[in-house]
Design a protein around this ligand. Sequence first.
Ligand code: PXP
Length: 245
Amino acid sequence: MTKLGVNIDHVATLREARKTNEPDPVAAAVIAELAGCQGITVHLRSDRRHIQDRDVELLRETVKTRLNLEMAATEEMIRFAREVKPDTATLVPELPGEITTQGGLDCVRNFDAICAAAQELEAAGVAVSLFVDPERSQIEAAQRIGVSIVEINTAEYADASLYLTLKTEVATAKALERLKTAAIEAGLAGIRVHAGHGLTYRNVRAVSQIPEIEELNIGHNIISRAVLVGLDAAVREMIALLKEE
Ligand code: PXP
């Protein structure tokens, strides 16, 4: 079964919309874990627009599964992660003003900086994952950097599969092939494979059936469903999809 990491950023987005103290992402993490997810993911952005330092610190104390911190490879974030020690740090690119993460890291162009960041984190006992697009050059660079995990960006597949028409069906199939190829390449390179971004209850199955992919990180669609059906039900429904053969 593919493992599920629930990204709870958007619980914090709702709290920050009023700059108040509810809903608390720490409470959301407890509910998601009780519903059976295998990990909790949060993205501490440099603008702190949703998750706050306090959330990550409390989650470090309360999460019973695994805590995955998405972060940019900046000095500030590396210092924070070395102190808080999440189980995993997933390095992501971060652009000012972006609505969500736009594309994977360029591990070829930024090889030295990513290598240095990964080494600093690993020296503090934090496993490092690199968020990369499904491209051979990126998988090869991740292998040379020596990380144990890559998270393959599923955004292109997710965007293509958002509305089903004949045209999008072809684009979806192509994007899925790229995910499969990248997952196989990473697997052959001895790197553990995670994936995520833009996955929904409707498009997740094709990705969860890729054998190399161990874990999916899903946020916005689970929290969106949770607003209507409750977080416990939303997490259980996603886990049930990941369990289906
Ligand atoms: N993986 C990474 C690296 C991300 O940046 C995000 C978004 O924060 C996700 C997964 C989850 O994406 P979504 O919220 O679209 O499910």
